[in-house]
Design a protein. Structure first.
Ligand SMILES: Cc1ncc(COP(=O)(O)O)c(C=O)c1O
Length: 363
């Protein structure tokens, strides 16, 4: 565990800001970005098209309330406990407004929270989880003095789903506990979600991006105590979300959308387990597990070279070494349709089976 203040170097900044969209160059078969759909489903596009007629007005209080009410109904909460966001990423960007004295970020994990906090000059401690423990949370590793703790569930990139009880142990008066549930809707039944749990200082962030093919819209929300949400939001501009984002939130919280998401989650889980078994059978490939998210973390000897050779063969995977605690042998792959997953397995197999090099990879 070590402490960091500000951005220590340009490299550091660039590594924390690296995301899968950079790895997914146009034309490559994309295993780098974890968005389920290439575009939103037709019923959602239809809702957005109809909402275009309202773009001649500022987003109204009625539209804002409709989105909040839909989120609240979806999670059995009160509309006052809901804050619509321009993506979960906006939630991270707002964290410095809480003026934490020491933030603990649990790694390996999504790097935007650390980026936002350090960029605003908040002292940050990294809590580094151990591959020997399967990257599971160790509550005692989080320093008592941290008044802000951030972690993901399930976690990007490890695919680990932490037990809700373990996360609850991290909550305490005087501390804000941020649980990034951007991928929780891809876990069938969402067994470890904290959306319906009341804990002191708990802030749950959710995203519409991944499940609904909406990265370009920027839509998500936070759930938490109204007083905490008010502190988080006090410096936001007026109309922080546009009409289309509010419309998408309302649409995606409808019972029919939730049923569709449940089916998708079950499908993804079964594709993931088959994909993990096939990848794990390849020579030298370690699949970190048990995986719960719609992606897998792999460790492949000579990973950087393998990644480059996959790229030459038309396949993009997410580099792992920009996640604190992982090295160039790590890569993250999204779970795609079985026929696409088979292409990756086959291509990786061919790369690993060809002639060995110094790095251990066969070329
Ligand atoms: C773990 C995690 N949390 C949050 C986000 C950001 O989500 P949004 O698009 O809702 O801002 C991402 C995006 O890649 C992510 O991987």
């Amino acid at each position: 565990m070590f402490r960091l203040l500000g951005m220590t170097s340009r490299d550091d900044r660039e590594l924390l800001r690296h995301h899968g969209d950079v790895d997914a160059e146009p034309g490559l078969l994309d295993f780098a970005v974890n968005v389920r759909l290439e575009r939103p489903p037709s019923w959602l596009r239809q809702r957005l098209v109809e909402a275009l007629d309202r773009l001649g007005h500022y987003p109204s209080a009625t539209e804002d309330l409709a989105a909040r009410t839909a989120i609240a109904a979806r999670h059995g909460r009160d509309p006052g406990e809901v804050l619509p966001l321009a993506g979960a990423a906006e939630g991270f960007a707002l964290l410095p407004t809480l003026r934490p004295r020491l933030a603990a970020v649990v790694h390996p994990s999504f790097t935007e929270p650390e980026f936002a906090l350090r960029g605003a000059g908040v002292p940050v401690t990294r809590v580094q989880l151990d591959p020997a423990d399967g990257y599971r949370i160790r509550v005692e590793a989080v320093p008592d003095e941290a008044d802000l703790v951030v972690l993901g569930n399930p976690t990007n990139p490890t695919s680990v789903l932490h037990p809700a009880e373990a996360l609850a142990e991290l909550a305490r008066p005087g501390r804000v506990l941020v649980v990034d549930e951007a991928f929780a809707d891809a876990v069938p039944g969402e067994p470890e979600s904290l959306t319906t749990t009341e804990l002191p200082g708990l802030l749950v962030l959710r995203s519409l991006t991944k499940m609904w093919g909406l990265p370009g819209l920027r839509a998500g929300y936070a759930l938490g105590d109204p007083e905490l949400l008010a502190r988080l939001a006090h410096a936001r501009p007026h109309w922080p979300l546009g009409t289309l984002a509010l419309e998408a939130i309302d649409a995606c919280c409808a019972p029919s959308a939730l049923a569709e998401a449940d089916e998708a989650a079950a499908r993804i889980a079964s594709h993931r387990d088959a994909f993990a078994a096939d990848l794990g059978a390849l020579p030298g490939v370690e699949v970190r597990g048990p995986a719960a998210a719609p992606f897998l973390l792999l460790r492949v000897p000579g990973g950087a070279e393998v990644r480059e050779r996959l790229r030459q063969r038309g396949i993009a995977v997410r580099r792992g070494d920009t996640f604190p605690g992982l090295d160039t042998d790590h890569m993250r792959v999204s779970v795609r349709a079985p026929e696409d997953n088979a292409v990756l397995v086959e291509t990786l197999h061919e790369i690993l089976e060809s002639t060995p090099t110094d790095s251990g990879v066969r070329v």
